[in-house]
Design a protein around this ligand. Structure first.
Ligand code: CP
Ligand code: NVA
Length: 313
């Protein structure tokens, strides 16, 4: 088992933006090491005897399973805390919940709606808080995505990633991720659905250190031209169910299909954080086609989450 350095111990993992280039690089490297150790049958109980509390205010398949299985593989234990069962669902405050959980667990993962709830939890928690998705960001996703891109494209620096669709939580974290690793990120969104300009500006500040180019266009074809990575996500995120039908009409041009893919670099890979709405933002042909690595990407959530937990907890 490779020893890990403890410089990140005790830190919250709320946004990729909060970490230095070297720290993000170390997370990616740690994910790759843990993956190799797992595949070679080398045990790596970095979190023996530790416990992670997981608060899910929204549904999840990948995130939940990756944290729970990951914790087990690291020698620790994870508890799934559904809002239906814990007292948050009956109005106990985030502040009180943070203080109670801090007395019993070694880390708290939360998936919720308002990003401010994660900040509030971290403010009152004595143990590291990990952001498992908010309406604003999805940082654990992008750590897994960058591990995947490195594996398939041999690196990250100078890679062009085109994100086609809603300027959402995943798009925001991709901007932050690209900025830290020197990967160019272009977001193609319909008017009115562009990424948050505040996030874009913060990411651009970060990108000054790595030279990553970050920009937003309206035309998906322009974004995809020559891209090494084509990324898409659902048009209506969790919590936007009421807007799904109207958004669908506005996003028709943004479907990742074979025609659009023919504009990308011939060695381009296709990513989707999943779950996908097949036949909407991505066709079966592309999702099941030779360029798609979406299930490698899903698997890499496990290795990414283990790296994050092993380093901060
Ligand atoms: N990509 C992702 O976070 O998937 P889940 O919603 O299933 O966790
Ligand atoms: N943007 C999507 C990502 C799901 C993993 C959502 O927030 O629902």
């Amino acid at each position: 088992m490779q020893e890990l350095n403890n410089t990140l111990r005790g830190r919250d993992f709320i946004s990729i933006h909060d970490f230095t280039i070297e720290e993000i690089d170390y997370m990616l490297e740690t994910g790759a090491i843990l993956k190799k150790e797992l595949k070679s049958g080398i045990p790596h109980p970095h979190l023996a005897g530790k416990t992670l509390g997981m608060i899910f205010q929204k549904s999840s398949t990948r995130t939940r399973v990756a944290f729970e299985v990951g914790m087990y593989q690291l020698g620790g234990h994870a508890l799934f805390l559904s809002p239906r069962d814990i007292q948050i669902g009956r109005g106990e405050t985030i502040k009180d919940t943070a203080q109670v959980l801090s007395r019993m667990v070694n880390g708290i993962m939360i998936r919720t709606f308002a990003h401010e709830e994660v900040l509030e939890l971290a403010r009152w928690s004595d143990v590291p808080v990990i952001n498992g998705l908010t309406d604003l960001l999805h940082p654990t996703q992008v750590i897994g995505d960058m591990i995947t891109i490195r594996e398939h494209q041999g690196g990250l620096k100078g890679i062009k990633l085109a994100f086609v669709g809603d300027g959402n939580n995943v798009a925001h974290s991709l901007l932050f991720g690209g900025a830290k690793v020197g990967m160019d990120v272009v977001i193609a969104s319909p008017k009115g659905f562009e990424p948050d300009p505040v996030i874009l500006e913060k990411a651009r500040q970060d990108a000054k250190q790595t030279g990553a180019k970050l920009w937003v266009v309206e035309d998906p074809a322009e974004a995809i031209a020559g891209a090494d990575v084509v990324y898409t996500d659902v048009w209506a995120s969790m919590g936007e169910e009421a807007q799904a039908d109207t958004k669908e009409k506005q996003f028709l041009k943004y479907q990742v299909n074979s025609k659009l893919m023919s504009l990308a670099h011939r060695n381009a890979i296709v990513l989707h954080c999943l779950p996908a709405k097949r036949g909407k933002e991505i066709t079966d042909e592309v999702m099941d086609g030779p360029q798609s690595v979406v299930f490698d990407e899903a698997e890499n959530r496990l290795h990414a989450h283990k790296a994050i937990m092993a380093l901060v907890m």
